[in-house]
Design a protein around this ligand. Structure first.
Ligand SMILES: [Zn+2]
Length: 161
């Protein structure tokens, strides 16, 4: 699946997978309040790949594009998805808000860092960004490093170093 970045619609059971997909920069809707027919309608209309563990949904509602999730573990779910759709790794992690799916801003200037970031993280190397949707701040701290390490363990050799 080379070329355009994939877009996904995750069902209500897949909150953690949706979060990993957003870490990788992929546009992923997660609206656990939607009924199945609404979820399928939204995925079809927005040309998203529907991610679900629900075989009944796949059989009965026949989404145009779908991937059946089989594992219980979010990182295994991610690996299975990447391998079966042959997804290409992003150039950079953490370009999309993991909470609200909005693309993050350009990296903050030094002035913005001083104004917005907690004092102990202002001096960290690497870009810090802000979500224009919900205001959440992202920086390259230990949390981001742990998430990157988990991705590297899960998909060995896949991410560019
Ligand atoms: Zn956000």
């Amino acid at each position: 699946m080379a070329g355009a970045a994939p877009r996904f619609a995750a069902d209500a059971m897949l909150a953690r997978l949706a979060r990993w997909l957003r870490v990788l920069g992929w546009d992923t809707t997660f609206e656990p309040g939607l009924a199945d027919p609404e979820l399928v309608f939204l995925a079809n209309e927005q040309r998203r790949i529907l991610l679900t563990r629900d075989r009944h949904l796949l059989r009965e509602l026949k989404p145009h594009r779908a991937h059946e999730v089989r594992s219980d573990a979010p990182l295994e779910q991610l690996r299975d998805l990447v391998l079966s759709l042959r997804l290409e790794p992003p150039a950079e992690l953490f370009t999309r808000c993991t909470v609200c799916n909005t693309l993050l801003s350009e990296p903050l200037s030094q002035e913005q860092r001083d104004e917005l970031l907690p004092p102990d993280v202002r001096a960290l190397p690497g870009p810090a960004r802000r979500c224009p949707g919900c205001g959440r701040l992202y920086w390259q701290g230990s949390h981001a490093r742990r998430m990157r390490a988990a991705l590297e363990r899960t998909l060995s050799g896949w991410l560019p170093s």
